[in-house]
Write a protein of this length. Structure first.
Length: 508
């Protein structure tokens, strides 16, 4: 029987689901958006020159002493409250001892068996063929720690330590407040496990953003996720889990769960066994490869941090912070759905596209909900997918959508021309009116020009005129199409049809 990890053999997803049940778990790390680090006053701005935002405390120099960042504690309590957690009246930090170059002290200040927040939950909606389905993801703990530095492995082909000629260490990130949110095992999802994982991280990201505790930019590492997956046959005990580390996009969270289910399914069906290990996810292939075995429990030699006093949040302080919570995303969605007069499916489409805030902004700017939804979940979403960028990263503003819609309403543009306008905006050709002028996109509305185009089309297809006069009015579509082609889609089709029938003396 095989006892080694298999990285390449997979089994079709539906075939795995016919035999096994998945259990998933998610450990999400959120970098707080505080101005200073967790235990010192060093700045936390992203993108600074390497090793310029450091001091004796975050570099672990002998004799330096940490001081807890009050804002980090407040942010963590607010996160816990928003996640329906209990808040510990007393907790403390611990030292997690291990050696690695990105940990300058050779230990990490974290929380071990006494987290600040525990026993919470987050409800998430997953869109299915039968309509939205609610899943409750239970939260095991929310605890505080400090982030590590960043290693850059140079000289190799993969950017990983194996095969690299040397490694560079940037300690700017070391000591940044890091919150770890750990779920309890999530069972009962069936084939929806990848979608539930993505929906949970999405909801968590939106929640953190609404609390304004983090910018949760996955591409910058301020939100990253470790994905745990195991399989078992129905009725059996849960299987051995693997842990795919540092997955850094919502799409990749879904793909990591999906691919790991396929890999483990193939391994188990072939008579092998899953080993407990960490794995590395590869964005280019959507697959993961083995990292290191975790079959032996690591001894981090946790003990209470002697240089920090315990954190004791009073009931009064907790209630004061509860009063600062904003409208939570789930409540906001329900309110907007009612205000916009849309159904659950339409709302789910907006949310799944990552367009809720964009549509909301457009509506606030004066665009109708239907128009805002049409553009952001239609043409603009298509462009974002083609360019493989987030929808919010497209350089299109609510004011531009409002201007385009106004031009469509007064007949200056049609939807086809409007799509070309957005293409020009995204391509950097200027604002709405600049693109229209530069590309010559205005609707041809002059009757004489349209009649001339109609006459030219009738001359090319004389039999069509006879059909229309003979009562086959639907034949007008051929002439209208020819005129639209001749005007490069810049005519009002309804107006062209009306002028054509008038020209032929046909009354409907």
């Amino acid at each position: 029987m095989s006892t080694v990890s298999t990285d390449h053999d997979t089994m079709k997803y539906d075939d795995v689901m016919a035999v096994f049940e998945p259990v998933i778990g998610l450990e999400t790390h959120v970098e707080l958006g505080t101005n200073s680090k967790m235990f010192c006053s060093c700045p936390t701005a992203f993108g600074a020159e390497p090793n310029t935002q450091v001091c004796p405390v975050c570099l672990g120099m002998p004799g330096s002493l940490p001081v807890v960042n009050r804002m980090a504690v407040e942010s963590t309590i607010r996160m816990g409250l928003a996640l329906n957690c209990s808040i510990a009246p007393w907790c403390r930090f611990a030292r997690k001892n291990y050696f690695y170059p990105d940990m300058p002290k050779d230990y990490q200040i974290s929380q071990y068996d006494e987290p600040l927040c525990f026993d919470g939950y987050l409800d998430v909606l997953v869109d299915t063929d039968d309509g939205p389905r609610l899943f409750r993801v239970e939260i095991e703990r929310v605890h505080m720690e400090e982030d590590t530095g960043k290693l850059t492995h140079a000289g190799g082909a993969t950017g990983r330590i194996h095969g690299a000629d040397y490694s560079l260490v940037d300690y700017n990130r070391a000591g940044i407040p890091l919150i770890e949110i750990v779920t309890k095992p999530i069972a009962g999802t069936g084939a929806l496990a990848p979608a539930v994982a993505k929906a949970y991280v999405t909801e968590l990201r939106d929640l953190m953003r609404s609390l304004e505790v983090s910018d949760v930019r996955m591409e910058e590492g301020s939100l990253r996720c470790d994905v745990n997956v195991s399989l078992n046959r129905p009725g059996d005990e849960w299987g051995t889990r693997s842990e795919t580390k540092n997955v850094n996009s919502l799409r990749s969270v879904e793909r990591a769960v999906h691919s790991e289910i396929e890999r483990q399914g193939a391994l188990l069906e072939s008579g092998g066994r899953v080993i407990q290990e960490t794995r590395h996810f590869h964005e280019d292939t959507g697959r993961s490869t083995s990292g290191r075995s975790k079959e032996q429990a690591e001894d981090y030699r946790y003990f209470p941090e002697p240089d920090l006093v315990p954190v004791a949040a009073s009931a009064e302080w907790i209630e004061e912070l509860r009063g600062t919570l904003p409208e939570l995303p789930s409540l906001k969605r329900a309110r907007l759905q009612l205000e916009w007069g849309i159904g659950e499916h339409e709302l789910a489409t907006i949310v799944n596209a990552g367009a809720l805030e964009l549509v909301e902004s457009a509506v606030a700017a004066g665009v109708t909900p239907d128009a805002a939804r049409k553009w952001w979940t239609g043409e603009l979403l298509r462009v974002a997918n083609d360019r493989e960028v987030e929808l919010a990263d497209l350089p299109v503003t609510s004011a531009q959508i409002r201007r385009v819609e106004a031009l469509v309403a007064d007949g200056s543009l049609n939807d086809k021309l409007a799509r070309q306008v957005f293409d020009g905006i995204i391509s950097g050709e200027g604002d709405v009116d600049d693109v229209i002028a530069g590309r010559g996109l205005a609707i041809v509305s002059d009757d004489s020009s349209l009649i001339a185009a109609i006459d030219e089309a009738l001359a090319a297809q004389p039999d069509v005129a006879d059909k229309i006069r003979g009562g086959k009015v639907q034949a007008a579509g051929a002439i209208v199409g020819a005129v639209m082609k001749a005007t490069r889609g810049q005519a009002d089709a309804a107006k062209v049809r009306a002028l054509l029938l008038e020209r032929l003396g046909v009354v409907e």
